[in-house]
Design a binder for this molecule. Structure first.
Ligand code: ADP
Ligand code: MG
Length: 271
């Protein structure tokens, strides 16, 4: 098993300029003086373009903080964060999916995606062409004209994914997007996200506390320690990305081995 400080260090040196995400010696503190809480770090992490990084860790270890720093919603107390080589600007350069879909309920499925395209500056005619393609990609072409309140939770989360893909941003950030879904729907969405990510080649950073989900989705899994979150394990997941059906993938001996390794690290990190 590759151990973390070594690989993380070399990756940081090699990919600093071109990396999709570059987190350098970051520490994040909420509050001040007497009630200061160090939520994260110190942590360094370089995410090469095209990878699917999954961050796993117990509740409260700083996963969302790390994602918010990468999205530019927060600025690190110490250290630097770069996306595509520059300081991240909120709402630019990254599509974001949260645990709750946060859609416009009175608009249609297609209308929500169309709005995202409009925000991204896509002209009207081009928007009309792209909406069906985006909906097709997430399996929603049949419900394009339904209102958000007329579709299921799983479908709503699919709309949120389509919306995040709409801007053609090079980066996709997902914070426990499937946590509120039932197990079957969750598996289905994981399978589709895995396929979509392979198709689009988009760099993704996905946060979860599910070991199973991490190993299934990631090309790389980073396990964080308890707060303040630091890297406890940094593992390349060398499972096939295409050409293997989800059930076959889950039945591979390597899949079980990765799940065990990540599971052990998560448990050890929680102690
Ligand atoms: P996770 O997503 O892994 O559950 P978070 O990044 O949300 O963890 O939070 C990490 C720690 O920072 C937690 O202890 C949390 O209570 C604290 N925290 C998060 N956001 C804030 C905030 N805005 N102000 C103060 N403390 C915060
Ligand atoms: Mg969180």
């Amino acid at each position: 098993m590759p151990s973390i400080p070594d690989t993380a260090g070399t990756r940081a040196e090699a990919g600093a300029e071109v990396a999709a995400v570059h987190v350098h010696e970051v520490e994040h503190v909420y509050g001040t003086a007497g009630n200061a809480v160090t939520a994260l770090g110190p942590i360094s992490l370089t995410v090469p373009r095209g990878s699917f990084l999954v961050i796993v860790g117990a509740s409260g270890c700083g996963k969302s903080t790390l994602l918010r720093l990468i999205a530019g919603f927060e600025r690190p107390t110490f250290g630097t964060v770069r996306t595509g080589g520059v300081e991240p600007v909120p709402g630019r350069g990254a599509g974001i999916v949260f645990q709750q879909p946060r859609l416009f309920p009175w608009k249609t499925v297609g209308g929500n995606v169309e709005l995202a395209l409009r925000y991204a500056g896509v002209p009207r005619g081009e928007r009309a062409r792209r909406v069906p393609r985006l909906l097709e990609r997430v399996g929603l072409h049949d419900v394009a004209d339904r209102r958000i309140w007329q579709i299921s939770g799983g479908q709503q989360q699919r709309v949120a994914i389509a919306r995040a893909l709409a801007g053609d941003d090079p980066l996709l950030l997902l914070d426990e997007p499937f946590a509120a879904l039932d197990a079957l729907t969750r598996e289905r969405l994981q399978e589709d996200l895995r396929r979509v990510s392979a198709e689009t080649g988009r760099t993704s950073v996905f946060v979860t506390h599910s070991v199973e989900e991490a190993v299934f989705l990631g090309t790389r899994v980073v396990v964080l320690t308890r707060r303040p979150g630091r890297i406890a394990l940094d593992l390349d997941i060398t499972l096939p990305r295409t050409g293997t059906a989800p059930d076959e993938l889950r039945a591979l001996p390597d899949y079980a081995a990765f799940r065990t390794a990540v599971g052990q690290a998560v448990r050890a990190a929680a102690e």
